[in-house]
Design a protein around this ligand. Structure first.
Ligand SMILES: *Cc1c(COP(=O)(O)O)cnc(C)c1O
Length: 377
């Protein structure tokens, strides 16, 4: 049995003196919004993934919303996306009064199953929005092929997958546009924040206008007044992000080390399965560390027992189609997406960050082991 008490948090940002200095330096200038750090952050990140444009916004959700607008998605249009995601991905579709059409997942990875996409296409389908769940890229080649064949846009929700690679290609660079997010639990943080990336010049211009109240002059076809938003990222956040980007490889390596410690320990616990990484994932950017409870292990009982010793965990994800608002609005029922629901009942996110120590991982895993051993089944 483990005797000592350790303070374990669900996640933790990784901030050094360089970030603190950068944020403080902004406060000595008059540029608290739209200053040099915003440009540095946008250029640094787009250079990192090798894409033409990076447009910073004040959240990942705002970024996804603007992606819907730029793609011309409107009332009654359909966007194919997984229900097994954070609610923001489907909500962004609803903001434009379009309809999220859910597909089930590959039960191994939690990512949308490309084999189920084509049957969901109707004359109203405008786009596919794959979500790279937990940091692992979706199997993109078949999705890109379906999109080409049916003339659909691909908007990647890469909010959990900055730096991940699919067959050597960065998550976020495969579709028409993509979004990263920088909430404090993400691989890099700006406090609140997000960034849209795209190779399309016309969309980049539109994103810059939309985030800034619809200001700016456009070329002819866009040269009219549009409804804009205040989705700007402030300069303090941008300064923080710009430094975090320069540390991205280091931050991802630290997270990979923690994931490896977890993998080794979880392997030795019967009834708990470690994350499944596909061979197409040539580089994994770990956002969360999610394990699956096998037959005979109650996920909810495990969560409760871990909470008793102050080890936080999360059910990850709770399927979107079973959220009260979606059930009410669209009439979804249990059984509509079996793999998604199964994952929703058996997946559990463990405490995870790049600043976790090996001792902390051991501590969490020893408690998991004793909870699993003590369980009546
Ligand atoms: C974090 C996240 C977002 C965006 O979240 P914000 O809090 O708005 O930055 C969107 N989709 C997924 C899948 C996410 O994990």
């Amino acid at each position: 049995m483990v005797k000592e008490i350790m303070k374990i948090t669900m996640s933790s940002p990784d901030i050094t003196q360089a970030e603190i200095d950068a944020v403080m330096s902004v406060l000595h200038t008059q540029y608290l919004s739209f200053g040099p750090h915003l440009t540095a952050f946008e250029e640094g990140l787009s250079r990192y993934v090798g894409i033409k444009h990076g447009i910073a916004v004040n959240s990942g959700t705002s970024g996804l919303h603007l992606c819907m607008i730029a793609a011309g998605i409107g009332e009654g249009d359909e966007v194919i996306t997984p229900s097994f995601s954070f609610i923001a991905s489907a909500n962004a579709i609803l903001y434009e009064r379009a309809i999220p059409v859910f597909v089930d997942i590959d039960p191994l990875t939690g990512n949308m199953d490309p084999r189920l996409v084509e049957e969901k296409i109707t004359p109203k389908t405008k786009a596919i929005m794959p979500v790279h769940a937990f940091g692992q890229p979706v199997d993109m080649d078949p999705i890109l092929e379906i999109a080409r064949k049916h003339n659909l846009f691909v908007i990647e929700d890469a909010c959990e997958a900055i730096g991940s690679q699919y067959k050597g290609r960065y998550a976020g660079t495969m579709g028409d546009a993509a979004v990263f997010a920088f909430y404090p639990n993400k691989q890099i943080t700006t406090g609140e924040g997000g960034m849209i990336i795209s190779n399309r010049d016309d969309w980049a211009e539109m994103y810059r206008s939309l985030r800034n109240q619809g200001r700016d002059v456009f070329n002819a076809w866009l040269n009219h007044t549009r409804l804009g938003y205040n989705y700007r990222l402030d300069e303090m956040s941008a300064a923080l992000g710009a430094v975090q980007v320069t540390r991205l490889d280091d931050l991802l390596n630290k997270r990979a080390q923690v994931a490896q410690w977890y993998n080794e320990r979880i392997n030795e616990i019967p009834g708990i399965e470690k994350p499944h990484i596909m061979p197409t994932t040539t580089r994994m950017s770990w956002f969360v560390y999610v394990v699956r409870c096998g037959e005979g292990v109650s996920r909810n009982a495990l969560m409760e027992n871990l909470q008793k010793v102050d080890i936080p965990t999360r059910p990850y994800f709770v399927p979107i189609h079973l959220q009260p608002f979606y059930q009410e609005r669209f009439g979804y029922e249990k059984g509509d997406f079996p793999n998604t629901e199964q994952a929703g009942e058996t997946f559990i996110a463990l405490p995870f960050s790049g600043v976790m120590t090996e001792d902390q991982v051991n501590y969490v895993c020893e408690h998991i082991r004793s909870c699993v051993n003590d369980s009546p089944n």
